[in-house]
Design a protein. Structure first.
Length: 169
């Protein structure tokens, strides 16, 4: 029973992360945007092959992989419904990572149940959110890979969470 609750929270964290995506146009400078998707999907980065080519192409001229990418782009990015961008998506990102990391650390390193105090929860996620916003600004302006941004955020969350869990052990 002690291991079921952390596993449920890990699943909740993964579900939160599946609602986040990145609109990316490599040909256009400073055109990356973090979005909240209208449905969960493990696809994280979206781009349009039609908009990223130098030549004007038609949908029929694209390869099957490019057609699939264009369909996903149209479904998640070019939809008519309003969507929340940037900061609220980063809150989902930070909170999802926090849930996954704290429960994984609890399952791996600590045997007794971790009591989450509200001020500790808010301080860790507040610091993590500020760091996520800073990292996102670097990602937005510089040409670094998305997986590097995610790894930096995960490592910083571990560094924030692990010492506080050790005090409870």
């Amino acid at each position: 029973m002690k291991k079921i609750a952390p596993l449920i929270w890990i699943i909740v964290g993964v579900v939160l992360l599946t609602f986040i995506g990145v609109k990316n146009h490599p040909d256009e400078q400073n055109n990356r945007m973090v979005i909240i998707k209208h449905r969960p999907s493990f696809k994280l980065e979206f781009y349009s092959p039609l908009q990223s080519s130098e030549k004007v192409k038609k949908f029929q001229d694209l390869s099957p992989e490019e057609q699939e990418e264009e369909n996903l782009y149209r479904e998640f990015i070019k939809r008519k419904e309003a969507r929340t961008i940037d900061n609220f998506a980063l809150v989902f990102f930070q909170f999802g990572l926090y849930l996954i990391i704290i429960n994984l650390l609890q399952l791996i390193f600590f045997r007794r149940k971790n009591k989450i105090k509200i001020n500790r929860f808010l301080s860790i996620n507040g610091i993590g959110l500020v760091i996520a916003m800073g990292i996102y600004q670097i990602y937005w302006t510089e040409d670094i890979a998305l997986w590097i941004v995610v790894i930096i955020q995960v490592v910083l969350n571990i560094l924030l969470i692990f010492p506080r869990l050790r005090k409870n052990a």
